[in-house]
Structure formats: C-alpha cells, structure tokens
Design a protein around this ligand. Structure first.
Ligand code: HEM
Length: 434
C-alpha cells in the first residue's frame, strides 16, 4: 500500500549539495522508464534521512498516498484547468506527474536528468538539501474532464465517468467564489516541511505547461484532524480539538471500504477500483465574532469541552457522545444544534467520512477589518453525493457553527487508485484503456 508511516528510504536531495556519487538504488518507477540511482541522478544514502517527519512515504500501492497516511503538518493544494482537449495530452501529463511524484516523495529532484547549462534547470532547486519530509502527492480528476460546463464530452471520456463524480449541488449557506472553486485536476501536497510541499506543486505545475494551468491554490499551516490513532488530536483555529471522531487507518477494513474506497458496483468506472473521492471546502471563520462569544456558547456550538475535547456531559476526549442524555434542566446536554450532534453518524444513517483538513490564513481582509483565516476542509469518501451532500445539507441549515463560518470555495475530485510498482503503469491509466 502507498499509505503508511514513513519508510525512511535513504534517498535524499541532500547529496546534491555535495555533488555526491550515485547509489545503485534500482527502484523502477512506473511510467518513467528509468530507475532511481542511475544516469545523472545524483543520490546517495543521506545522513539523517529517516528521522520522524523527515523520512519518505512509499509512493506505489493499492491506494494513493496522502489519504490514510498519518496526516502531515503542512499542505499545499492546487487545482488546475486543462487547456487541451486531446485525451493523449491528459494521459501524457498523468504519466509525467506519476514519474515526478514518485521521485519527489523519495526526496529526489523532479527529473532524473539534471539538464544542461543552456536550458532552465529541470528542477527548480529550492528543495535541494531538504529531506523527503513525509511528502505525499495525491492527484485527482475533476468532473469537467468528463463533461464541460456546456455538457460537451470534450475528451471522449464521458462514458467512463464514475457515478460519484458529479458536480456538487448548491448547498445551504454556500457563498462560493467561482475563481477559487472547481478544477479539472488537483494536487494535494502534504509534508512536514512547507518548502518541500511548495517545491512539489511548483514542479508539477511547471511540467503541466501547455496542457494545464493552475486555477487556484491553498496553503495550510497546521492539520485539523488525525488519520491515525497514533497521532494526537490537533486544535483548529477556534481552539477546539478537531479530528477526535475521525476515521483512521486503524479502523476495520470493512468500515474503510464502505466509507472511503470507490464502490466496485459502479460499472462505468472499473478503472477507479482502489480509488476514492475528495471534497474540498475553504471555510472562512469569522474569528473576531467567535472570539467575542462566551466559553459556554463556544462549547454549546461545538458540543464539546474546549480544553479537554470531551463531549459535553462526558469526561474524556474519546468518550462516546451522550446524545440522549439530558441535564437537570431537562435539555439535552449536547444541544440540538451543536456541530458534533448534527455531524455524528448516529443521526446521519451511519455516514462517516475521512477528514483531512488544514488551518489556513491568507492574511488580513482590510475591507472587513478581519483576519482571512479558517479551515480548509478536505475529506475523502466513497461517494460525496451520499455522504458529504446529506451531511452538509443538515449542517448548512441547522448547525450553530454557521454563525461563525462561511463556505467560500468548493471542489470535487475523483482520486484514482494508487500506482503499482510495475514499469509503464501510471496514475489513472485504466481510464485510457479500451
Ligand atoms: C470551519 C468548519 C468546521 C469546524 C470548525 C469543525 C469543527 C469540528 C470539531 C471541533 C469537531 C469535534 C471533534 C471531532 O470529532 O473531530 C468536529 C466533528 C465533526 N465534524 Fe466538523 N467542523 C467544521 C466543518 C465540518 C464540515 C463541513 C463537515 C462535513 C460536512 C464536518 C463534519 C464533522 C464530522 C463528521 C465530525 C465528527 C462528528 C462525530 O462523529 O462525533 N465538519 N468538527
């Protein structure tokens, strides 16, 4: 599997600094037709490359990395518009991105060939000397690849569109900006070093020139959920522990299959077996309004104790939500409009999603005199129309949190399966077969 803790593979960009000799790694890369550690590839065992937060996450596997991988601390997310209507251009781009992603996750330069002094360098260079930093690159396909805004099958791929990849409907409370929503392709770069994530997105964007252009992007500076029980629950910008009741890599396989991975009964898209679907939402927090709310109001809004993260009416963070318990005043201890009550599987026909969001700030909104900050919500699931949509319909209309947040951007992407470690294979290749 591509997901999993850092493997500590000892191949880094560090050696570039010293012009070190080549190590015969012999790791064949899908689609790239070359092997790490050969040719001009200046790599060697890098000193200290395997430390926590610095090692490498395996690229190849059944699922793409960056979904169940223990969540890294930094995010650079980018959405792209495809500027070509030739399916072979999309195919070539995915092949190139696959080869680059495998190299970058291993802590290598973007291209095995360093190029010559007569041309711009093949790698932009800002990650030279930096370790792999648990970089994961997760690549997605937007609905516009299968049908454009006018309903045209622009690439001849409409018959293979997965059932779950339809544009999201308008949802209650949406205040979406078109310029920072949607996209034909997405790249989610997560790492424990922000410069490593930036470098990866920049080099993938560069390789897309002439085929795709960046439409919008989002940086995230701190995770707002955990995807492994081994991780401590982080806090979001409202100061609450976030991610307590999330799916994690350790959950039973049947639960993960039913909640995250593509439904094999979708006959139009067998190429998505082992894949997933991603919903992105940039959720602005009205931080100044929140900061004026009393502690009691804040806790009633979320339904948990701010400091400990315990559900209201319970003691410890991981205690079950006492949804039926009433206080001495006869009212539910977790208010009827509290966020956790309305989002809980108990009141949503068992719906669960894998949250993988990040805190962001894009500076100060001088017009409103407010911080432009919040939560960049990312969530993986089997079918956004059966999971995210009903959840957000409920939350968007009755969640007490709505007083303090605004959904300003939205995206939906199919996340193809992982790439097997077989020469010639690349991300989404099944889409082009037959
Ligand atoms: C800025 C917006 C949001 C904030 C600040 C926020 C915050 C939180 C917090 C503090 C928790 C409790 C801890 C936990 O179990 O993780 C939570 C739980 C949860 N949230 Fe959100 N959330 C936001 C948006 C959303 C959205 C848009 C969705 C889905 C449509 C969502 C789905 C969930 C779910 C499923 C849970 C777990 C509920 C349970 O089973 O106990 N959240 N959220």
């Amino acid at each position: 599997m591509g997901d999993g803790p850092g493997s500590g593979r000892r191949l880094t960009r560090r050696s570039l600094l010293g012009g070190a000799a080549v190590a015969g790694g012999g790791l064949a890369l899908a689609g790239g037709g070359y092997a790490l550690g050969t040719g001009d590839d200046a790599t060697q065992a890098g000193a200290g490359s395997a430390g926590a937060g610095t090692g490498s996450v395996p690229f190849h596997g059944v699922h793409q990395p960056g979904i169940l991988t223990a969540q890294q601390d930094r995010l650079h997310f980018a959405a792209f518009d495809l500027t070509s209507d030739r399916p072979e251009d999309l195919r070539d781009l995915l092949r190139t991105w696959t080869a680059m992603a495998a190299r970058l996750q291993a802590g290598l330069t973007a291209d095995a060939d360093a190029g010559s002094g007569l041309a711009p360098p093949t790698d932009t260079g800002e990650a030279a000397g930096l370790l792999a930093s648990r970089l994961t690159l997760t690549i997605g396909l937007g609905p516009g690849l299968f049908e454009d805004a006018d309903g045209h099958d622009r690439l001849g791929l409409a018959a293979r569109r997965p059932r779950a990849l339809r544009p999201l409907p308008a949802l209650p409370g949406d205040e979406l900006r078109a310029d920072i929503s949607g996209g034909d392709l997405c790249v989610q770069a997560c790492a424990d070093d922000p410069q490593v994530a930036f470098h990866a997105v920049r080099n993938l964007a560069r390789a897309a020139r002439g085929i795709a252009v960046m439409r919008w992007s989002q940086l995230g500076f701190g995770r707002t959920s955990s995807t492994s029980r081994a991780q401590e629950t982080p806090r979001n910008l409202m100061g609450f522990k976030d991610g307590t009741n999330n799916l994690t890599a350790e959950d039973p396989q049947a639960e993960l299959d039913g909640s995250i991975w593509h439904d094999p009964s979708d006959r139009r898209a067998p190429w998505m077996a082992g894949g997933s679907y991603l919903v992105s939402r940039r959720i602005r927090m009205l931080i100044e309004v929140w900061d004026r709310a009393s502690l009691d109001d804040q806790e009633a809004t979320i339904g948990r104790v701010k400091l400990s993260g315990a559900p209201l009416g319970a003691h410890r963070e991981r205690d079950a939500l006492p949804l039926d318990r009433r206080g001495s005043d006869g009212k539910p201890v977790i208010p009827v409009d509290a966020h956790v009550r309305l989002a809980a599987p108990e009141v949503n026909e068992g719906i669960r999603i894998l949250r993988r969001g990040y805190s962001f700030t894009d500076g100060f909104d001088a017009e409103l005199g407010q911080l432009d900050a919040g939560l960049f919500f990312l969530a993986y699931m089997r079918d956004p129309h059966r999971q995210f949509v009903p959840l957000q319909e409920r939350l968007g209309s009755t969640d007490a949190l709505n007083e303090y947040i605004k959904h300003v951007s939205s995206g939906i992407f199919a996340i193809p399966p992982g790439v097997p470690d077989i020469p010639g294979r690349f991300l989404g290749d099944g889409l082009f077969i037959g």
